[in-house]
Design a protein around this ligand. Structure first.
Ligand code: OSB
Ligand code: MG
Length: 369
C-alpha cells in the first residue's frame, strides 16, 4: 500500500450534554478528521486529544502541526505493506501517542479496505457486538445524578461510570448505591487525588464499585501501587498507561488490576493489541475507553473491543447520546447495552463529506505532487 496523499480537516462538534470532569467542563469537541488516500481507497481516523492539555499533554494544535509537517511527510509515497511497516517510519519520534495513533488508525482502515476485510476480522476479534456502559459527568446535585444513573440503567447500559473529584465522592456514591443496590457502578477521578486521600478511598470500598479509575497523578504508577495495597476495590488505570511497557510495569508492581484501553492514548491498534496480550498474561481484563469520539473514532474503538479480553463493558455508548448529528452515515446505537460492530471493509463507516466540510474551521492537503 502506498499512501499518495492525506487530508486534514479541523471541526468542532457541539456535545448534547455538558461534560464535567475533575479537569474541567466540555461542551464541544475539537476533532481533526484525517483521510489517507492510496490505491483508489480512503482510510479514516479522528484525533482524540483535547483542545487544551488537561487530560494528557497532547493538544489539537500540536497534532495538526506534527501530522502536517512531520508524520504524514514521513510515510507519503513509501511502499507500506502493513501497519508494522508504517511504524518503521515513525517509531523514532518520541511521545505524541495520540497524534501517531491517528495516522496509524487511518492506515489500518485503508489497509483493511485493500484486503476487503472488516478491521475486527483482521485483528482476530471474537464477537460481533460489544458490551457497553456510560460515563456520566459531575452533576449539579445528588438527585440529578441518581436520575441520570436510573435513565442509563433503564436504557440497558451494563455499567455506569461516575466522575468524581475531592468533595464529590463518598457521600454521592453511597446515595447512588442506596438507590441502585444491584447496579454495576464505577468511578473515574481523572487524577484529582493524592495519597493524602487514602481515607476517602477506604470509605469508597463500602460503595461496592467494580473499580476506581485513575485516582492519582496522570503519569504515576508507584503511588497507585501503594493505594491499591491499601484498599479492597480494584484500581483501573487510564491516563498512566501510554504504551505496552507502561502496562507491563504497572501490572508488575500492582498499580492496578484493570486497564482502560483507549487505542489513541497508547499510540494505536498495534500497541492496543500488545497491551491486550500483556494483561491477558496477568489474567486481568481490559475494557474499551472513550474520549467522546464522533463516528469515525467510535467505530474504530468498537472493532478493537472485539478482542477476547475486552470483557468488561466499555464507554462506547450510543452516538446519539453525544451528538445531534454524527459525522458518519451509519448510526452507532447500542441496544440493551450491546453495540454492534460495523461490518463493511476497514472500520465500516462513511464520513458525511458535506457535513464535515461545512463544519471545517481549517483544512490541509498533504501530497508529494
Ligand atoms: O477519563 O475516560 C476518561 C472523556 C474525555 C476524556 C477522558 C475521559 C472521558 C470519559 C468519557 O470518561 C468516555 C466517553 O463517553 O467517550
Ligand atoms: Mg478515565
Amino acid at each position: 500500500m502506498r499512501i499518495e496523499a492525506a487530508q486534514l480537516k479541523l471541526i468542532t462538534l457541539p456535545l448534547r450534554f455538558r461534560f464535567e470532569t475533575s479537569f474541567g467542563v466540555q461542551t464541544e469537541r475539537h476533532i481533526i478528521v484525517l483521510t489517507l488516500y492510496g490505491e483508489g481507497l480512503e482510510g479514516y481516523a479522528e484525533t482524540v486529544m483535547e483542545h487544551t492539555p488537561h487530560y494528557r499533554e497532547e493538544t489539537i494544535a500540536g497534532a495538526w502541526a506534527l501530522l502536517e509537517e512531520l508524520l504524514i511527510p514521513s510515510v507519503l509515497g513509501k511502499e507500506i505493506p502493513n501497519p508494522e511497516a508504517l511504524w518503521s517510519h515513525i517509531r523514532n519520534f518520541r511521545g505524541n501517542k495520540m497524534t501517531k495513533a491517528a495516522l496509524e488508525m487511518a492506515f489500518w482502515d485503508l489497509w483493511c479496505k485493500s484486503l476487503g476485510q472488516p478491521l475486527w476480522k483482521v485483528l482476530g476479534g471474537v464477537r460481533e457486538e460489544i458490551p457497553v456502559g456510560i460515563s456520566l459527568g459531575i452533576e449539579p446535585s445528588i438527585e440529578s445524578t441518581i436520575e441520570k444513573v436510573g435513565k442509563g440503567l433503564e436504557q440497558g447500559y451494563k455499567r455506569i461510570k461516575l466522575k468524581i473529584k475531592p468533595g464529590w465522592d463518598v457521600k454521592m456514591l453511597l446515595a447512588v448505591r442506596e438507590a441502585y443496590p444491584e447496579a454495576n457502578l464505577t468511578v473515574d477521578a481523572n487524577s484529582a487525588y493524592t495519597l493524602n486521600h487514602i481515607a476517602t478511598f477506604k470509605a469508597m470500598d463500602a460503595a461496592g464499585l467494580d473499580y476506581i479509575e485513575q485516582p492519582l497523578a496522570f503519569d504515576d504508577i508507584v503511588d497507585h501501587a501503594k493505594l491499591q495495597a491499601a484498599i479492597s476495590t480494584s484500581i483501573c488505570l487510564d491516563e498512566s498507561i501510554t504504551s505496552p511497557e507502561d502496562a507491563r510495569k504497572a501490572l508488575e508492581i500492582g498499580a492496578g488490576r484493570v486497564i482502560n484501553l483507549k487505542p489513541a492514548r497508547v499510540g494505536g491498534i498495534l500497541a492496543s493489541r500488545k497491551i491486550h496480550d500483556i494483561t491477558e498474561s496477568y489474567g486481568l481484563p481490559v475494557w474499551m475507553g472513550g474520549m467522546l469520539e464522533a463516528g469515525i473514532g467510535r467505530a474504530a474503538n468498537i472493532h478493537v473491543a472485539t478482542l477476547p479480553m475486552f470483557i468488561k463493558p466499555g464507554d462506547t455508548s450510543s452516538a446519539s447520546r453525544y451528538w445531534e448529528e454524527d459525522i458518519i452515515e451509519e448510526s452507532l446505537e447500542a441496544s440493551e447495552g450491546m453495540m454492534k460492530v460495523p461490518q463493511g471493509p476497514g472500520i465500516g463507516v462513511t464520513p458525511k463529506r458535506e457535513f464535515i466540510d461545512r463544519l471545517a474551521l481549517k483544512s490541509a492537503y498533504v501530497s508529494n505532487a
